[in-house]
Design a protein around this ligand. Structure first.
Ligand SMILES: Nc1ncnc2c1ncn2[C@@H]1O[C@H](COP(=O)(O)OP(=O)(O)O)[C@@H](O)[C@H]1O
Ligand SMILES: [Mg+2]
Length: 361
């Protein structure tokens, strides 16, 4: 079998940069070298792209707080339309080795929101995960929730602010009750999120969220279990039996996700009746489809005594060995390296389908 030239793109210009490095580290370690030649591209925090000189590309790889990309001076540019030969080294003045498929694993803005996907689409190389639309609507909690609501999928009630001067505590409290959750509309990993119960906390929470995004979502508090479901596929998708997050802190914070090992417990499979688990799997697949997702996604739920609500979709979920997404597949018998193979096959399938479309009349 011919080896595929697999390019992994990671890092990114967002608060989730370090998380992406951990995901990339695990993918590099697990990708089968009999099947893939690896090319590694790092996006730094300024949004510039660099080719890594070797597969040993990280400093402090075992310390999530200090993990960072090793220095490289090999800045690259992308040449649209050149397909596999689109990656150009500005240092060496030449095209980098050809690429067959790209696995972008940049979480959050610029990586998971459709911008990087647009660039990869222009290049003309298959890439893992949702395309431009699926990535963009999946990232924007406001648009995502409106689409879900429009399709009768239950979500928490919410208000959107574009500017802090629009916010009125009494009106918000009247509509949503207390406590409320305040979040930047386009981010992830719990960055910039607050749980607030009075006017001071409300405005402090808004100030914090507006530091990260020009659009902020305020939600009613849902007192429920946090249940997550992994989905993979293109138009036809499959879902796993759900898992549960048991935060030991007040909520599932950034620290609990990535820094403090005891901050949350992942329970896989979740203790759920088969009937509820089946409902969750169906809603997960429906959400996946109506948000135009491709490749993979993790759909997160709140489950109360009598309701199943979708909290959010993550179109490029955390992909470290200990992340929920790969663990849910492992529970179904899909090992981490096989999962990588499947996601790459889905990327190629999706690319071929789109490549068949006419571009002239
Ligand atoms: N409406 C809500 N009710 C209760 N808890 C919430 C609510 N929204 C968020 N949370 C808590 O905050 C965490 C992060 O919020 P989430 O919407 O998943 O944002 P992110 O995209 O940053 O992961 C959730 O995992 C949950 O613990
Ligand atoms: Mg979340």
């Amino acid at each position: 079998m011919n080896k595929l030239n697999l390019c992994i793109i990671f890092g990114g210009k967002s608060a989730e940069h370090e998380v992406s490095l951990q995901s990339a580290y695990n993918i590099v370690a697990a990708a089968d070298r009999e099947k893939y030649n690896l090319t590694l591209i790092a996006m730094n925090k300024e949004g510039k792209f660099y080719l890594c000189d070797s597969l040993d590309f990280l400093e402090n790889s075992d310390n999530p707080k200090n993990i960072k990309i090793k220095n490289t001076d090999n800045e690259i540019a992308f040449i649209p339309g050149e397909r596999g030969n689109s990656i150009y080294s500005l240092r060496d003045n030449k095209v980098v080795d050809p690429i067959d498929v790209i696995f972008p694993i940049i979480h959050g803005p610029f990586g998971e929101d459709g911008s990087l996907q647009g660039l990869l689409k222009l290049i003309g190389v298959p890439f893992v995960g949702a395309g431009v639309v699926g990535s963009a609507v999946g990232m924007d909690k406001d648009i995502m929730k409106r689409l879900l609501r429009d399709n009768d999928i239950e979500i928490a009630d919410f208000i959107i602010y574009r500017d802090i001067v629009e916010a009125d505590y009494s009106i918000a409290k009247e509509k949503l009750g207390i406590p409320m959750f305040i979040k930047p509309a386009n981010l992830g990993s719990s960055v910039g999120i607050s749980k607030v119960s009075n006017k001071d906390e409300f405005f402090n929470g808004l100030k914090k969220a507006f530091k990260f995004d020009g659009k902020v979502i305020v939600e009613e508090f849902i007192d429920g279990r946090e249940i997550e479901c992994a989905v993979k596929g293109n138009l036809k998708a499959e879902a796993t039996f759900p898992g549960e997050i048991l935060p030991t802190d007040d909520f599932y914070s950034y620290e609990a996700k990535y820094i403090n090992e005891t901050g949350a417990i992942l329970k896989i499979p979740a203790e759920l009746d088969n009937k509820i688990a089946d409902d969750i799997k169906e809603i997960a697949k429906e959400t996946y489809k109506l948000l135009e997702t491709r490749g993979l996604a993790r759909i997160d739920f709140f489950v109360t005594k009598d309701r199943v609500l979708v909290n959010e979709i993550n179109t490029l979920p955390g992909f470290t060995k200990i992340s929920m997404y790969p663990k849910l597949w492992k529970n179904e018998g899909v090992k981490y390296p096989d999962l990588i193979d499947e996601l790459i096959a889905l990327a190629i399938e999706e690319f071929k389908n789109n490549d068949k479309l006419l571009s002239t009349i």
